[in-house]
Design a protein around this ligand. Structure first.
Ligand code: ATP
Ligand code: MG
Length: 262
């Protein structure tokens, strides 16, 4: 029975305070003419505050584009992207830079570490730029959890790929931003380090009220989230609350079958 698709009249609209970020009719088109790609096609989605949301979908379905638009790293073609109640399109470059710096943490698919800084300097860089004093105890806990205690004085080139990824994860968590966008944060980690990072992300949501939005291809990683949103061809096609790895896998198989028969 398709009851989930019918809006429930008794459900009150969620207040702005309960929503950390929101896309409304968000479209993103790259290129023109023959190279035109509709990366996002009128996406409506809300990311609840103090919630851990996973975004899944095939390669090229628009996951990274959605994260970049929501984090103010890329402009939208039409529709709206909001952080809290701030409409990103209304901000000038300086205001956007400040919002990203003060309110958003981003873990990229590529790590974007500064090669001349040590691991610790990379981790505290966003706070240094913002002129904020790092909470030493918290930074210590983050560093320990991602298993970097013995590597804090190393530069990125002296670290393995997985260690560099952990620096990027620690950098986003250390500043305790209003919302963290993570693009496959455990893609380069072995399963044990991956599980530690995911467990820590989940714990930061439950215990500290951190808001996390994470792209992943891995049903096991998605199962750490409170909710999974599925993208295909730039559209939200499904979602799942309180996911288990099996339920996610099952949903993914259904899309694959639908894709093959259409
Ligand atoms: N800067 C760009 N210029 C032109 N097209 C782009 C650009 N960035 C992304 N695209 C296109 O937009 C679509 C969505 O890309 P996106 O990177 O969001 O996919 P994704 O779901 O993150 O995929 P993956 O799982 O492989 O990371 C793709 O077809 C891609 O080729
Ligand atoms: Mg991507």
């Amino acid at each position: 029975m398709p009851h989930a698709a019918v809006p429930h009249p008794a459900t009150p609209a969620r207040t702005a305070a309960a929503v950390a970020a929101r896309a409304t009719g968000l479209s993103k088109v790259y290129g023109h003419g023959e190279t035109r790609v509709v990366a996002l096609d009128s996406v409506d989605v809300e990311f609840g505050r103090a919630r851990f949301t996973a975004i899944m979908g095939p390669s090229g379905s628009g996951k990274s584009t959605l994260m970049h638009c929501m984090a103010g790293l890329d402009s939208v073609t039409s529709g709206s992207a909001r952080i809290g109640d701030v409409e990103l399109a209304t901000l000038g470059d300086k205001q956007l830079t400040r919002l990203r710096r003060d309110r958003i943490g981003f873990i990229f698919q590529a790590f974007n570490l500064l090669p001349t800084l040590t691991a610790l300097e990379n981790i505290t860089l966003p706070m240094d730029i913002a002129g904020r004093r790092p909470d030493r105890e918290w930074v210590g806990r983050v560093v320990e959890t991602v298993g970097l205690s013995g590597r804090l004085k190393h530069r990125p080139a002296q670290l393995s790929g997985g260690q560099q990824q952990r620096v990027a994860v620690a950098r986003a968590l250390a500043a305790q931003p209003e919302i963290i966008f993570a693009d496959e944060p455990t893609g380069n980690l072995d399963s044990r380090s991956g599980a530690e990072v995911l467990g820590f992300l989940r714990e930061s949501v439950r215990a500290m009220g951190q808001t996390v939005v994470m792209v992943t291809h891995d049903p096991v990683a998605a199962a750490y989230a409170d909710r999974v949103v599925f993208l295909a061809d730039g559209r939200i096609v499904d979602e799942l609350a309180d996911p288990t790895a099996d339920a996610v896998l099952d949903r993914m198989r259904r899309f694959e079958t639908a894709g093959r028969t259409s």
